[in-house]
Ligand binder design. Structure first.
Ligand code: NAD
Ligand code: GLY
Length: 360
């Protein structure tokens, strides 16, 4: 097992990465000195495979777990589901010392984390991410929240978990399209922070696509280290943390304007990252070779790198982009790359240039 530490003073926590960790969930929670009652929040897909193991392990360690299952999919990340969770927690009499376990992908993590942040003004929670995307990104760093019709993640809280348990064995049931979607965030870390990781991904991609456990253990841990490093320096996104949003301004707008669900998050940010790389070439002089390497890696991973727009979908996409949380005073700000492994944030980009790049 590999352990990555997120250093945030009294809110510090460990990310444990390895195989066979879910059956040891109860023992891991027992070390955290939490209350006896807990709620496992999961979704209808993940629950089928892993809820029983999680509940058994928690009971064996002396906890009294209850199970809350929400429908699988992005549409569960909404206020109505938050309220349903509150009602079930209250009905089961969960108290201040009780805790929540988020067992699932990023949707469950964001939803359950937000419920934990707000129920009784905050109770502890543990992340047990089961998708690649959730293990390398969403379970780490404390961003929790839900979507509004007006846009993604518009309601939320920064609320750190007490522990993140990444059991690599859960990838055995993860659908191929979801696994590939997670790779978009993995590649992002190479672009924004670690040229060596990017080169390793270029080299090891065939093994990664075969889900080689040794390489995945190393890569998941490296991505978590990068995220922990960034979040440790800028927990609430006053500056540096913005780099984690490379490709997300366009990506979120694609998800929103096409109706959540058509593009998976990773697919949308793959298109967004390739567009951001092209913008980086035009604005910061990112070399043609590196723009090509970026586009090629996403393509080889099986991710989309372009979106076909007609006048109506283009209008919707740009309207959605202006609703992004990162827009200030009507200006769209981008994270752009100087070279692979090094990015800058807060770059103003004209809508004309974004249009040009999306059309290319
Ligand atoms: P998801 O939670 O919808 O999971 C994807 C699908 O895979 C779902 O159908 C789920 O039921 C299924 N699944 C998950 N693990 C499985 C497993 N081991 N076996 C079988 N099926 C499994 O989506 P996601 O891609 O994990 O996360 C996307 C969400 O994460 C988006 O809402 C995005 O906004 C959010 N996100 C949040 C952060 C953050 O910092 N909080 C960062 C990135 C993304
Ligand atoms: N995924 C972006 C962040 O955690 O800041």
């Amino acid at each position: 097992m590999r352990i990555v530490q997120v250093s945030l003073g009294d809110r510090s926590y460990a990310i444990k990465v390895g195989g066979g960790l879910l059956p040891r969930l109860g023992a891991a929670c027992a070390q955290l000195k939490l209350g006896q009652r807990c709620a496992v929040i999961t979704d209808s897909n993940v629950g089928k495979y892993y809820a029983a193991v999680a509940l058994k392990s928690l009971s064996a360690a002396g906890f009294e777990p209850v199970l809350i299952t929400v429908p699988a999919g992005e549409t569960s990340k909404r206020v109505a589901l938050v309220e349903k969770c509150y009602d079930q927690l209250a009905a089961q009499r969960l108290e201040r010392k009780s805790f929540i376990i988020a067992l699932g992908g990023g949707v469950v993590g964001d939803l359950a984390g937000f419920v934990a942040a707000t129920y009784l003004r905050g109770i502890p929670f543990v992340q047990v991410p089961t998708s690649l995307l959730a293990q390398v990104d969403s379970s780490v760093g404390g961003k929790t929240g839900v979507n509004l019709r007006a846009g993604k993640n518009l309601v939320g809280a920064f609320y750190q978990p007490k522990l993140v348990l990444c059991d690599l064995d859960t990838f055995k049931t993860l659908p191929e399209r979801e696994f590939i979607s997670g790779l978009a965030e993995v590649i992002k870390y190479g672009i924004i922070y670690d040229a060596k990781l990017f080169a390793q991904l270029e080299r090891d991609l065939p093994k990664i696509l075969k889900r080689d456990p040794k390489i995945l253990a190393q890569i998941v841990a490296r991505c978590c280290e990068i995220k922990a490093d960034v979040v440790g320096q800028d927990e609430t996104e006053n500056g540096l943390r913005a780099i984690l949003n490379f490709g997300h301004t366009i990506g979120h707008a694609i998800e929103n304007s096409s109706g959540y669900g058509k593009y998976l998050h990773g697919e949308a940010i793959s298109i967004g990252q390739v567009a951001a790389a092209k913008l980086s070439g035009k604005i910061l002089g990112l070399s043609v070779n590196e723009v090509e390497r970026i586009e090629k890696l996403f393509t080889r991973a099986g991710l989309p790198v372009q979106i076909k727009l007609n006048p109506s979908s283009r209008k919707k996409l740009f309207a959605a982009m202006l609703l992004d949380k990162k827009v200030s005073a009507g200006e769209v700000k981008f994270v752009l790359a100087k070279k692979i492994g090094q990015v800058v944030w807060g770059q103003k980009v004209s809508t004309a240039l974004i249009e040009e790049v999306l059309a290319s």
